[in-house]
Structure formats: structure tokens, C-alpha cells
Design a protein around this ligand. Structure first.
Ligand code: SAM
Length: 318
């Protein structure tokens, strides 16, 4: 296990074990100690999607470590970043780069290696690969070729922020990064304004204040949480209304950021007389069908209920 100092960042693993006892379901026999340049365990050919820490080096699973020790090669978003994790855990498997700029070229190469019998791991710089990170086309290619794919779950900044935020976690929508240009950003926000779900955004420190201001403008003054440097030494949660939060960042903060935004306040159902008045007013201007749609959208009352009430009103008192 890694040392358990407060942050765990860059802390080297203490007393590292090369035991194969934590091998994943497809891991086979251990190959023995001391074979640093050989895989630790024989794995079935395939792609192993391995989640890695988002800051605290201790946040890696036993199965992830065993798999990284056992694959023939590790496809990394940035080999220099992954080298730090591998070195902290004494893992010496060969690495190759797989990122947005070389993915089209690398994909067939990785597919060929797996077809030839190799086990290849896919990692990103931090967290769960494919979550705002490269990899889905590779996974797709492997499925198309009928090759094996395993996913080893672990850290992800989106879920870490969501569960820490104290905002409703039963329904959430992961937006990832918003566009960097204001108009495109506001358009993207307009697409999610009506969702009855907590919203989760990745954001850069430089753009945080302007994104929060756009969120406040489009989503309204909702409660939100800015989660910064999760699992790291300077982890910080800042809570407040979107507009207040936007104003609080007069300087861009340091580090990595997730913004979690509360769902819209549920629309309060109007009293019976008010509903009737709205329906009657709508019926003077449009067809029954359109009136039902309009009143339902405006009040949040189910179409079925509005329709029944509209019919009763049209028919008049018994
Ligand atoms: N695949 C990663 C995951 O599973 O979280 C996300 C990769 S995405 C390219 C990187 C973004 O994730 C950062 O810009 C930031 O918004 C968020 N992020 C990653 N690590 C974080 C951390 N420790 N604290 C807060 N946000 C983090």
C-alpha cells in the first residue's frame, strides 16, 4: 500500500508487494518474483481500461496495480505523466502513447497487438480513461473485432465531486467541459437548463469565473459547489449560489476543478382555481391540444391532468 500521509501526492508506495493475490478475474498464474522486465501475471489477450488516481497516489486499486504489472504494454495519454505513477509503484512495463493526436494511427497497431495475443492496458493522465479522455474509439474497434475488453473501475473526478457536493446524487448529468467561447457555452447550457438533475462540469481554472457567470445567466441563481484539487493537499469545496460564486473568483484559482450545480427548483403546482384560470385563458387563444401542451409546460402539471381538467371546463358544470 502507498504511504498514508495527508495528501498522498507523490508519496511512494511503502512495502510494495508483488503478490498476484489481487489479480483480476482474468489473471492467471503468477510468473514469480524479480522478473521486473517480464509481466507479473499472465493475462488473457485484450484491452484493460485501468483507472488511476486523480491526485492522491493511494487511490489506485490492487487489481489496477496487478494488471499494470502484468500487461505487455501500457497505452498512456502522456507517457511522462504515467511514468510517475509506475515509478511510485515500481512497475516497469513498456509504455506507448495514445492521445487525441495519434489515436487514429495507434488504434490499428493496438488492435494488431491484441490479435497477436498481447494484453494492453489503457490509462489516462488521471482518473478513469474515456471520461473526458481518449479511448472510446479504441474500445469500439476492439468490440468490432470481437476482442476482449475489461474495465477496472477507480477514481474519477466527476463522481468524487458529486458525492462530496451535498447536492442531490440520485439523478445527475455529466456535461464534461463546456465550450470555451461564450456563445457556444451559453448554447450548451441552454440545452441542459430544463433537466431535473444535478449537473457536473469539468472546468479549467482560467475559465472558471466566466463559466460560472454564464451558468448563473442561463441556469439561474442555483446552488452550486466548486470542487478544487480533489484528493490533494489543497482540496477545497466552495459552495454558494452560481452568481455569488462567479463574483468570488476575482483571480483564477490554482489547480483542477469540477463544478456541480443543483437541479432547478421543482415548479410548484398551481392551486386548482389558478390552473382552471390558465386553461380557460389558453382555450380562448388556441386549440384544446395546444392549450393542454402550453399549460402543462408552463405549470409542470402532467398533460393528462391538464387535459382532463380542460375537458371538464369545456363541458361546463354538470
Ligand atoms: N478522466 C478523468 C476523470 O475520470 O476524472 C478526467 C480527465 S479531464 C481531461 C481532466 C479534468 O478533470 C480537469 O480539468 C478537472 O476539471 C477534472 N479533474 C481531474 N482531477 C481533478 C481533481 N483532483 N480535482 C478536481 N478536478 C479534477
Amino acid at each position: 500500500m502507498p504511504s498514508s500521509n495527508a495528501s498522498g501526492e507523490n508519496s511512494a508506495p511503502a512495502n510494495e508487494s508483488r503478490s498476484a493475490s489481487s489479480a483480476g478475474p482474468r489473471a492467471g498464474e503468477p510468473s514469480g518474483e524479480g522478473a521486473a522486465s517480464q509481466p507479473a501475471t499472465r493475462l488473457d489477450p485484450g484491452l484493460y481500461i485501468v483507472a488511476t488516481p486523480i491526485g492522491n497516489l493511494g487511490d489506485v486499486t490492487l487489481r489496477a496495480l496487478e494488471t499494470l504489472r502484468s500487461v505487455d504494454a501500457i497505452a498512456c495519454e502522456d507517457t511522462r505523466v504515467t511514468a510517475k505513477l509506475l515509478s511510485a509503484y515500481g512497475i516497469t512495463r513498456p509504455t506507448l502513447s495514445y492521445h487525441d493526436h495519434n489515436a487514429a494511427r495507434r488504434r490499428p497497431e493496438i488492435v494488431r497487438r491484441i490479435q497477436a495475443g498481447e494484453a494492453v492496458a489503457l490509462v489516462s493522465d488521471a482518473g478513469t480513461p474515456l471520461v473526458s479522455d481518449p479511448g472510446y474509439k479504441l474500445v469500439r474497434s476492439l468490440h468490432e473485432e470481437g476482442l476482449h475488453v475489461s474495465a477496472l473501475p477507480g477514481a474519477s473526478a466527476a463522481l468524487t465531486a458529486l458525492v462530496l457536493s451535498g447536492l442531490p446524487s440520485d439523478r445527475f448529468f455529466f456535461q464534461g467541459f463546456l465550450p470555451s467561447k461564450r456563445k457556444a457555452r451559453r448554447d450548451a447550457l441552454a440545452e441542459v437548463v430544463g433537466l431535473q438533475a444535478t449537473l457536473v462540469f469539468y472546468e479549467s481554472a482560467q475559465r472558471l469565473a466566466s463559466s460560472l457567470a454564464d451558468m448563473a445567466a442561463v441556469l439561474g441563481p442555483r446552488e452550486a459547489v466548486v470542487a478544487r484539487e480533489l484528493t490533494k493537499r489543497f482540496e477545497e469545496l466552495r459552495r454558494g449560489r452560481l452568481d455569488t460564486l462567479a463574483e468570488s473568483y476575482d483571480q483564477p484559482p490554482r489547480g483542477e476543478i469540477v463544478v456541480v450545480v443543483a437541479p432547478p427548483a421543482p415548479v410548484e403546482a398551481p392551486a386548482e382555481e389558478e390552473l382552471d384560470a390558465r386553461i380557460e385563458e389558453a382555450l380562448t387563444q388556441m386549440s384544446l391540444r395546444d392549450a393542454v401542451g402550453a399549460v402543462s409546460a408552463e405549470t409542470g402539471v402532467a398533460k393528462k391532468t391538464v387535459y382532463a381538467r380542460a375537458l371538464a371546463l369545456k363541458e361546463g358544470p354538470e
